[in-house]
Design a protein around this ligand. Structure first.
Ligand code: MN
Length: 254
């Protein structure tokens, strides 16, 4: 069993170290992570400059390959030349903060897992619901439990799971729920400031609160003390509206 582990918070993030440590004994682990915090970079690939890869020996004793790029760059480079063999599983995280609802479109954590999925490899993205790394070792133990059960289920791949874990000391005891993505309200307005040259600058505002957080959603599961497991797909086609658009544009039905 070969496992590739990546993240989006950067190679020094405690969530990465905890996940690597928790996966000890599962197989041959390769860790490929971004040099800098690349949260919110979604599926971006770096196309305008070359990428460097350097190796560091992390505190957990595992060799980490550090890539001067995005989370998707890390997995892409790993799968297309850096690793001698294709992994059987790609893991991403554990992220510093939730990746629920609309977050999944912006998340580098989900994107790193998705890059594996797009290459035909089963993949799981892990996030802790609250930022700050509290109870990260418990979250990592819970993540390992999910990995063990998912592997034991022997589902034919590729598949992509998005897992959000409440920050609790008893995370390994929490029930699991298969969920759908909720929705967030629009994010807060940009924060405008003035730079030293008197020109306006803008900070992207924080993400909105949950709007669609009813039963069955990832938001609902985690606020009710459950680990949320959402199976994701990549097809963004609005299949239900294809017919409407055909008639709206005067095209023959198919
Ligand atoms: Mn992050």
């Amino acid at each position: 069993m070969r496992i590739l582990i990546a993240n989006d918070d950067g190679y020094l993030a405690p969530g990465l170290a905890a996940l690597v440590k928790a996966c000890e004994g599962l197989g041959d682990i390769d860790v490929v992570a971004p040099e800098q915090n690349a949260s919110g970079t979604s599926n971006a690939l770096t196309l305008t400059r070359p990428l460097s890869v350097f190796e560091v020996k992390a505190d957990h004793g595992c060799r980490v390959r550090v890539v001067t790029g995005t989370p998707s760059d890390c997995v892409h480079v790993a799968l297309t030349g850096l690793l001698p063999q294709k992994p059987d599983l790609v893991l991403s995280g554990i992220n510093n903060g939730a990746n629920m609802g609309d977050d999944t479109l912006y998340s580098g954590t989900v994107a790193a897992a998705m890059e594996g999925y797009l290459f035909g490899i089963p993949a799981i993205a892990f996030s802790q619901v609250v930022k700050g790394w509290s109870q990260i070792d418990a979250a990592a133990a819970a993540a390992r439990r999910v990995v063990d059960h998912v592997l034991a289920s022997r589902r034919a791949g590729p598949w992509l799971l998005n897992v959000n874990i409440p920050n609790r000391a008893d995370a390994t005891e929490l029930p699991w729920e298969i969920t759908r993505l909720g929705r967030r309200h629009a994010s807060a307005p940009v924060i405008q400031q003035t730079n030293p040259r008197g020109e306006p600058i803008y900070w992207i505002g924080p993400a909105g609160d949950a709007r669609e957080a009813g039963e069955g959603t990832d938001f609902h599961a985690t606020t009710n003390g459950r680990i949320s497991i959402t199976p994701l797909q990549v097809d963004l086609t609005d299949h239900a509206r294809c017919g409407d658009w055909r008639s709206a544009l005067g095209m023959a039905a198919q």
